[in-house]
Design a protein around this ligand. Structure first.
Ligand code: ADP
Ligand code: MG
Length: 421
């Protein structure tokens, strides 16, 4: 298919009702329509799904979309079906389907009706499916959340390692890898594992100019410090991340006692309570949710005004994701992290029970967090550099939005602060 003959703006409007592409979407889509292996790195919310959905809808054949979470796949399939009059336009292939349902899926694919077929990586390893897919027209294979392939990513899934081997059996089809993980190490792993170092790569900027980054030394007074901070942001929505469930409960209680409306959220609470607390936060019945990292995946509250890390995160990648939940609407977003070297030691001790290879990766990631906390340079520059992005800390967008830039301290002062602990 000659991509130059297709008016992709018209197709965008027709299928999705949008008048404009977001960021690099147009370039990515052209690359896919040109049958090239393509690698897409965009922050969460950047609009990665449309990058493969639109070309799948307008090309001949079926696009296979590999995605790690069944719930996410179901959402996407429902969304695609709502754009079309045919249910068969998108399907999920997984172990929960009945024989009759599988037969229907196969029929829709063979007849050319199905444009998007979502599969979990473990389903794709099934010989029955592979044999079937070998004999149908496949437009391309999209691998969403491609960082799952890398041990350096935050969500390593061994099944992702077999993907290349399976895709090869399907013939010479283009591969599209997509991720929100920006570290060069993970990117390298993805390209190597998918055997597509030739891929055309599109990387969006990870700069969030409206977020203010601050690190405070963690002292005994942390609780009153947090309370003061929240009272200065009265009535605003915020998230406080803690490492342990116990801490989550304790902080939520301290806040409540001090007249702040707050609820706890962690995996130890039953599903009903978790859902209730999440809804209360989304509906603004409470201002603050105190949570472990179990909270946040897929939370799309646009006006979160602050994200506080009571304990340091285990990697800068996690820090970026967690703070990224602030200021989605482009408004104020204050990201405050408390740092003490004791916490680092605690995390290291926690990791020491794990296999050696995992430990080494964990320590290395943690050292980057330490370096970030202790740096006296622009925090934005540091973060973006970690993601392989150059940032001009004088003229760049958001350059003055961190504590180090606003109140420069000498290196000696910075060291002193750490030693005091
Ligand atoms: P990602 O996978 O990169 O996190 P999504 O694919 O989930 O992002 O898209 C995030 C949001 O952006 C969705 O609500 C989607 O509808 C919206 N979106 C995507 N492309 C466009 C566009 N061209 N114009 C307007 N909104 C868009
Ligand atoms: Mg996505």
């Amino acid at each position: 298919m000659n991509p130059n003959e297709i008016d992709i703006h018209k197709e965008l409007k027709k299928y999705f009702g949008f008048s404009q592409f977001k960021g690099l979407q147009e370039q990515v889509i052209k690359s896919i329509l040109n049958q090239q292996n393509t690698f897409v790195i965009m922050p969460t919310g950047g609009g990665k799904s449309l990058c493969y959905q639109l070309p799948a809808l307008i090309q001949e054949g079926t696009a296979i979309v590999v995605s790690p979470l069944i719930a996410l796949m179901k959402n996407q399939v429902d969304a695609i079906r709502s754009l079309s009059s045919e249910n068969g336009v998108a399907h999920v292939l997984n172990s929960s389907l009945t024989k009759t349902e599988i037969a229907q899926v196969k029929k829709d694919i063979t007849s050319g009706l199905t444009k998007l077929l979502y599969v979990a990586p473990e389903s794709l390893t099934k010989e029955e499916y592979v044999n079937f897919l070998k004999n149908v027209t496949i437009s391309f294979v999209a691998i969403d959340e491609a960082h799952c392939i890398s041990e350096w990513g935050h969500d390593f899934r061994p099944e992702y390692r077999n993907l290349k081997h399976i895709i090869k059996q399907l013939g010479d089809v283009p591969i599209i890898g997509l991720t929100a993980t920006a570290t060069p190490k993970v990117q390298e792993d993805i390209l190597k594992n998918l055997d597509m170092t030739d891929a055309t790569t599109f990387k969006a900027s990870f700069n969030r100019p409206n977020l203010y980054y601050e690190v405070r030394t963690k002292t005994k007074n942390i609780e009153s410090d947090i309370i003061r901070f929240i009272k200065q942001h009265k009535g605003k929505s915020g998230i406080i991340y803690c490492l342990s469930r116990k801490k989550v409960e304790a902080i939520a209680e301290v806040l409540q006692v001090n007249g702040i409306s707050a609820v706890p959220y962690h995996a130890g609470l039953d599903a009903k309570t978790r859902a209730k607390h999440q809804d209360m936060f989304l509906m603004e019945d409470v201002d603050v949710v105190v949570a472990t990292i179990a909270f946040g995946m897929g939370i799309d509250k646009p006006d979160v005004r602050f994200v506080i890390h009571h304990d340091i995160p285990k990697s800068l990648e996690s820090y970026y994701q967690e703070t990224g939940r602030a200021g989605r609407d482009g408004g104020e977003g204050h990201c405050l992290a408390y740092y003490s070297y004791k916490d680092v030691e605690k995390l290291e001790k926690f990791m020491s029970g794990k296999p050696v290879a995992e430990q080494e990766i964990g320590f290395a990631l943690l050292q980057e967090v330490v370096a970030y906390a202790e740096t006296s340079m622009s925090r934005r520059k540091f973060l973006l550099h970690y993601f392989g992005e150059e940032f001009d800390d004088v003229t760049g967008e958001g350059a003055d939005m961190d504590d180090n830039v606003r109140n420069p301290k000498t290196k000696i002062e910075a060291k002193d602060q750490v030693v005091q602990l």
